[in-house]
Design a protein around this ligand. Structure first.
Ligand code: HEM
Length: 374
């Protein structure tokens, strides 16, 4: 699917698509500039419902304040402390399929792992995990429903799940306020920037954002990484022999198969990109999947180079909205590959199994990916 972008970068690096009423931007340099300039290219989208505002759809100064607060709870230390738990849970999930010697990477590993980790991070007690999983499964349900009916039904289900999840978090927040623990909700309740704290509503919105922004994306990173090791046996053996290559490998998977292909902004004033005049209020879609393969930025962009340096891919965005969960997603991806390489001498794609792409232009991933482990 990426060769289309190569062509578009040459022929129409910036273009207006009438049918979608938005601009598409394909070159690294232009995209970098857009993401670096939140004053001109706003994240406040028409879509954001007023009382469901999150940092993702805010601009400075509010974004700066809230991001500062959540940064305090989502520190590198909090994340790196999770490494042992991520390994343990990965091993438990692999134990469950060990005898079969085959598994669907998506449903057996890549979907449950991020959900369990987020639940633990937030402080969902183990006995509620199934309840929580039910809600987050609904929330991360792929955007690829075929008929309008299915689509409407999924939207209704999502609203219901958000509602229930909301009520659930209201309880947890109340409990943690009375009796703080060592979880993210407790940290968020305590976090303070210049005397300001998060409101309960903001804590709820943020918790739900973590589920929405963190689960499906990490699922796709994990699946894409496993897919990559099955596509190249030499690479697989390399990773097995030299585990130090794994962090760089995950970065290259992110560049090569970005879980999120595009990032949206809205122009706050008339502005030019190249020869094109973007008008105030128009939507601008930055195709990071294209930027990541831009030959002006990356040598041999269509080659997968496991130790590529530098590797300034834009898969986590850039600038003030740079993915908050990047350290967590990276860690999960690295640990999954590390455990798989340790436990099995070979992992192969089962060719007659289905590998259907997720039907969304903004997401890169597959719905199912069966492998056989030796
Ligand atoms: C922001 C990608 C995992 C939480 C972003 C953005 C991208 C992105 C591209 C920037 C959006 C923009 O500029 O409009 C990804 C990818 C992931 C991933 C590819 C997995 C491989 C996670 C995880 C979490 C998370 C695990 C949380 C647990 C967030 C949040 C923001 C964000 C809260 C908003 C930051 C802000 O607006 O300041 N992510 N993400 N993400 N991500 Fe991720």
């Amino acid at each position: 699917p990426f060769s289309v972008f190569n062509q578009l970068r040459q022929t129409t690096p910036v273009r207006y698509d009438k049918s979608r009423s938005c601009w598409d931007v394909f070159r690294y340099e232009d995209i970098h500039r857009i993401l670096k300039d939140p004053t001109t290219f706003s994240s406040i989208r028409g879509l954001a419902v007023k009382d469901r505002e999150t940092i993702l759809t805010m601009d400075p100064p509010r974004h700066t304040q809230l991001r500062g607060l959540v940064n305090k709870a989502f520190t590198p230390k909090v994340i790196s402390d999770l490494a042992t738990r991520i390994s343990t849970i990965t091993d438990e999930l692999l134990d469950a399929v060990e005898i079969k010697k085959t598994m669907d990477i998506v449903s057996d590993l890549a979907v449950p792992l991020p959900v369990i980790i987020i639940a633990e991070l937030l402080g969902v007690p183990p006995e509620d995990r199934n309840l929580f999983k039910k809600w987050s499964d609904i929330l991360v349900k792929g955007p690829d429903q075929n008929t309008e009916e299915e689509f409407t039904q999924v939207i209704a289900e999502k609203e219901q799940a958000t509602h229930e999840l909301n009520d659930y978090f209201v309880q947890i927040v109340e409990q943690r306020r009375n009796e703080p623990k060592e979880d993210l909700i407790s940290l968020l309740l305590q976090a303070e920037v210049e005397g300001e704290k998060l409101s309960d509503k903001e804590i709820l919105g943020f918790s739900i954002l973590l589920l929405a922004a963190g689960n499906e994306t990490t699922t796709n990173l994990i699946t894409n990484a496993v897919r990559r090791v099955t596509e190249d046996r030499t690479l697989q053996q390399q990773l097995r022999g030299i585990p130090e290559l794994i962090p760089g490998f995950i970065e290259e998977v992110l560049r090569f198969y970005p879980p999120i292909q595009a990032i949206g902004r809205v122009a706050t004033k008339d502005v030019e990109i190249g020869d094109f005049k973007i008008k105030k209020g128009q939507q601008v879609i930055s195709w990071v999947a294209s930027a990541n393969r831009d030959e002006a930025k990356f040598a041999e962009p269509d080659s997968f180079i496991v130790d590529r340096k530098p590797n300034a891919h834009l898969s986590f965005g850039f600038g003030i909205h740079f993915c908050l969960g990047a350290p967590l997603a990276r860690l999960e991806g690295q640990i999954v590959i590390e455990r798989l390489m340790k436990r099995f001498v070979d992992i192969q794609f089962v060719p007659n199994s289905e590998m259907m792409y997720i039907q969304s232009p903004f997401v890169f991933g597959v719905k199912q990916f069966t492998v056989r482990m030796t």
